[in-house]
Design a protein around this ligand. Structure first.
Ligand code: AMP
Length: 398
């Protein structure tokens, strides 16, 4: 029987990633990226890949709506009558959602009132939903939340040590993000090793431009490094991760910085970029380290140490450890980061096999642990594929 196709849309503040997916085959019929949007100029570009061929087209107007209006006819021409729905990545679902949802007016309202918790992300997601609903009014639209998988965190893991009122009345708690990726790679790790996902325990590290760790017990997230927003936790491309909360007051009092400037610093000028003084891109940092760049060398050391520290901390949430999983652009490709991180984790009986580690790059999955070590796996993530499958599951129940 012919299966329906799902269009996956992942709207960022200045870009839209998209893919037309056959969820039953995990086949991507067309995928691409619209970038440099919302820049008030005519620099918007649409890149797409179809049948192994890459194409680029300049956008006449650099807005999310114009980019969707240009790409949707291409999608429609390929999908024909097989398109069954649109799956939207939504970063923050607050406490409202523990699974993917058909976007009804009530769901849209809940995403809108969560904007305060994710001012950098949810407004862009809303733009994408509204534009796609206008252009495809007859299709079902589904929201797949980054936070949903972490709604199983126990209260002792999600509460901050703050007065109850801030949680109760203002939603101040830890939510966690990258849930789609942590869920996918932990399920895939179980499949790769012949363990039942419902009877296995994993530490996962999603290391892309944003980075987070998670502790997963029998298919449920029990703790994660990101918190109320995607700023908490690990060192990331341009995000600081954890800093002393008193830093805000210190910068305000000593340098006179306002909240916007401090937000900008912690979200866009810190992390690997801030530490290295060079770039947020791990590939460039690795090359610069080989050339003796001290900032790049330090950035990689701090990144790996903080990552190892987070994994060790999250091991508290596990009754046993069946394996550790690396994923995301850095996790899937940087043998150096994996080796340096695992070197801090011998107390968890994690040891790396250098040859296997070097071989798992560019999308190759595999086990990279030394003999006698707890499993260490590289599992390429598949966020678009997982969003398509979640969307199809919701639509099949509909
Ligand atoms: P993502 O957000 O998942 O696309 O990941 C982006 C990050 O992955 C960037 O820091 C890239 O430099 C990094 N990355 C991609 N390919 C490689 C590679 N071959 N070696 C090291 N880092 C890589």
């Amino acid at each position: 029987m012919e299966q329906g196709l799902v269009l996956v849309i992942n709207c960022g503040s200045s870009s839209i990633k998209f893919a037309l997916v056959d969820p039953s085959q995990n086949d991507f019929l067309i995928s691409g990226l619209a970038e440099r949007l919302a820049t008030n100029n005519d620099e918007g570009l649409l890149h797409w890949q179809q049948n192994g061929q890459k194409n680029t087209q300049a956008l006449a107007v650099s807005t999310h709506h114009a980019a969707l209006a240009t790409l949707l006819p291409k999608v429609q021409a390929i999908a024909g009558s097989r398109l069954i729905g649109v799956g939207h990545r939504v970063v923050h679902g607050g406490e409202h959602f523990s699974s993917a949802q058909i976007i009804t007016p009530a769901v849209l309202h809940a995403i809108r009132i969560t904007v305060q918790l994710a001012p950098l992300h949810n407004p862009a997601n809303l733009l994408g939903i509204e534009a796609a609903q206008t252009l495809f009014p007859d299709l079902a639209h589904v929201a797949v939340f980054d936070t949903a998988f972490h709604q199983t965190l126990p209260e002792h893991a999600y509460r901050y040590a703050l007065p109850e009122m801030l949680y109760r009345d203002y939603g101040v708690r830890r939510y966690g993000f990258h849930g789609t990726s942590h869920q996918y790679v932990s399920q895939h790790a179980a499949e790769m090793t012949g363990l039942a996902v419902r009877n296995s325990c994993w530490l996962t590290a999603h290391l892309g431009n944003g980075c987070s760790t998670a502790a997963i017990v029998n298919g449920e997230s029990r703790d994660t490094s990101m918190g109320m927003t995607p700023l908490e936790g690990l060192v990331m491309g341009t995000r600081s991760g954890d800093v002393d909360p008193n830093l805000h007051g210190y910068l305000a009092r000593t340098l006179g910085w306002n909240l916007e400037k401090i937000d900008q610093l912690l979200n866009h000028e810190s992390g690997l970029l801030g530490l290295s003084g060079l770039t947020n891109d791990m590939r460039t940092l690795e090359q610069a380290r080989l050339n003796g760049h001290t900032g790049a060398t330090l950035a990689i050391e701090v990144f790996c140490y903080r990552l190892a520290k987070s994994l060790a901390a999250l091991s508290c949430a596990l009754p046993q450890l069946d394996g550790m999983v690396f994923t995301g652009g850095i996790g899937e490709n940087s043998a150096l980061v994996r080796e340096k991180t695992i070197a801090h984790l011998h107390l968890l009986n994690l040891y790396i096999n250098p040859a296997a580690n070097a071989a798992c790059v560019h999308g190759k999955a595999g086990a990279i642990q030394a003999e006698g070590s707890v499993r260490i796996l590289v599992v390429p993530t598949d966020e678009e594929g997982q969003i398509a499958r979640d969307t199809a599951t919701v639509l099949n129940k509909y």
